[in-house]
Design a protein around this ligand. Structure first.
Ligand code: PLP
Length: 451
């Protein structure tokens, strides 16, 4: 269903055997399945229909232009958080009115500087006026103040959603919790009505709605229902004070569906929210959701080659060419990724992608990378079929927040990205060479300091 399956003991992406990709482009490599993306997105679209919502892909999850373009072709709007992401969304063909932006000047100016040949190949060349983005989410009173000043300076109007901090616990890792009052995100509920009052007659800004995003990898539906209730009560208060609320952006964070079944389906998330908003949707409320991981996580794997096996006194280490520089999620927030050899014997066909599998002849090991940090691991205490130097491992569910969070730490170039579609494989992002890594340091540049 996600585009990756074992056929005769060899892991395939679509119809392409992964060893052939490793042979052609080397490792580490991110491999995405176009069919996996299509199928995740169509399930999401169906769920969105039941709740009357439109999905805007949070492209921070996996920002590759080819992936954005595919999702755009499938009908996704885009959710962006920086000028750079805005360029990507636009290059991928998204009309400005279907982009939701959490940021300021670039969103309003409606100008862009095309970035060399990438712009040409995506048919977006020349300096063009493209108008402001459709919706801007702000999350502090001072951001709103700045937005109002810039809008006045540019003479451009903007529609704005105010991000609310609902003080709801999403019951996920603390580093990806964003909806509690101790988190930096959003504005406390009681501070929102005065803001709507203050900007009621702003000549450029129109406060059209509310935004809420409680966290990432949220594996329960209740926190969404709780947050939606908080936001709806606020909508009631604002409407009673004479403000028209036309948009509700209910954020992203829906946990990825590992085959272990630990995350609810898209239908379950939608079902938790749909009854709460149904009446307002029927009255014309525009509802947006901003998922990233739910679309992309399972549509990508990280392909890595075993470099060494080391048997320590208490542990066996499988040392790979991918590590925290390639996939930081395990080190950053102890994220679980199912890891399995690309080529296996029949008895090791994994019945599901869970942390512990009841199979014969597995060997317990730590799967680690080449970086000089003890946090450099992909998995601890994992039972996998025995592997040797040169074997390939697949790190599953790496399609979201994998490539986008890579680094050059220890001077490793960023990995190559490949997308398969049926029996075809395309390099959609070249491996970064060491020459490219060093290029920005080629010459020193004296600074003219004005003081
Ligand atoms: C405001 C906002 N919306 C959407 C997302 C997407 O989250 P996810 O990929 O977990 O669905 C994020 C993630 O950080 C976010 O901060």
């Amino acid at each position: 269903m996600d585009g990756f399956e074992y056929r005769n003991g060899v892991l395939h992406a679509g119809d392409v055997p992964l060893p052939a990709i490793a042979e052609a482009v080397g490792t580490p490599a991110y491999v995405y399945s176009a069919d996996g993306i299509r199928s995740a997105f169509s399930r999401l679209m169906a769920a969105c229909e039941t709740m009357g919502a439109k999905p805007h892909y949070a492209l921070k999850a996996s920002p590759n232009l080819h992936i954005c373009r595919l999702l755009r072709e499938l009908g996704a709007g885009m959710d962006v958080v920086s000028g750079g992401e805005l360029e990507r969304a636009w290059l991928a063909g998204t009309p400005m009115e279907e982009i939701v932006f959490a940021g300021v000047r670039a969103a309003l100016s409606g100008r862009f500087s095309p970035l060399g040949t990438a712009a040409e190949s995506f048919g977006r060349s020349g300096i063009e006026a493209r108008g402001p983005v459709g919706l801007i989410n702000v999350e502090s009173p001072s951001e709103l103040e700045r937005l109002s000043a810039i809008a006045a300076e540019l003479g451009v109007g903007a529609q704005v959603c105010v991000r609310v901090n609902p003080n709801v616990d999403p019951k996920t890792h603390e580093y990806v919790t964003t909806g509690k009052d101790r988190n930096k995100f959003g504005i406390d509920v009681d501070q929102v009505p005065p803001l709507f009052e203050r900007y009621r007659d702003d000549p450029y800004l129109e406060l059209v709605g509310l935004h809420v995003h409680i966290g990432s990898s949220v594996r329960q539906t209740d926190p969404y229902a709780d947050a939606t209730r908080v936001v709806l009560a606020l909508v009631d208060d604002l409407e009673a004070a004479g403000h028209a609320i036309a948009v509700l952006d209910l954020g992203g964070g829906w946990g990825a569906e590992y085959e272990s079944g630990e995350a609810p389906s898209v239908d379950a998330y939608a079902a938790a929210m749909a009854p709460l908003i149904a009446e307002r949707v029927a009255q014309g409320l525009r509802v947006i959701i901003e998922p990233g991981k739910k679309i992309m996580a399972n549509a990508g794997v990280l392909l890595t080659r075993v470099q060494h096996i080391k048997q320590g006194r208490t542990r066996r280490f499988v040392i790979c060419d991918a590590g925290m520089q390639t996939l930081i999620r395990p080190a950053l927030y102890k994220a679980f990724h199912f890891i399995w050899p690309v080529q296996i014997e029949a008895q090791h066909l994994p019945p599901k992608r869970a942390e512990h599998l009841d199979l014969e002849d597995l060997v317990r090991c730590d799967i680690v990378g080449p970086i000089c940090e003890s946090a450099d691991f992909l998995a601890h205490d994992r039972d996998i079929p025995e592997v040797k130097r040169g074997d390939l491992l697949a790190v599953f569910s790496a399609g979201a927040y994998g490539m986008s969070m890579t680094s050059n730490y220890n001077d490793h170039g960023r990995p190559v990205e490949v997308m398969t579609d049926g029996g075809k494989a395309t390099v959609i992002g070249e491996r970064q060479t060491l020459a490219a890594v060093l290029e920005r340091e080629r010459e020193g540049r004296g600074l003219e300091l004005g003081w």
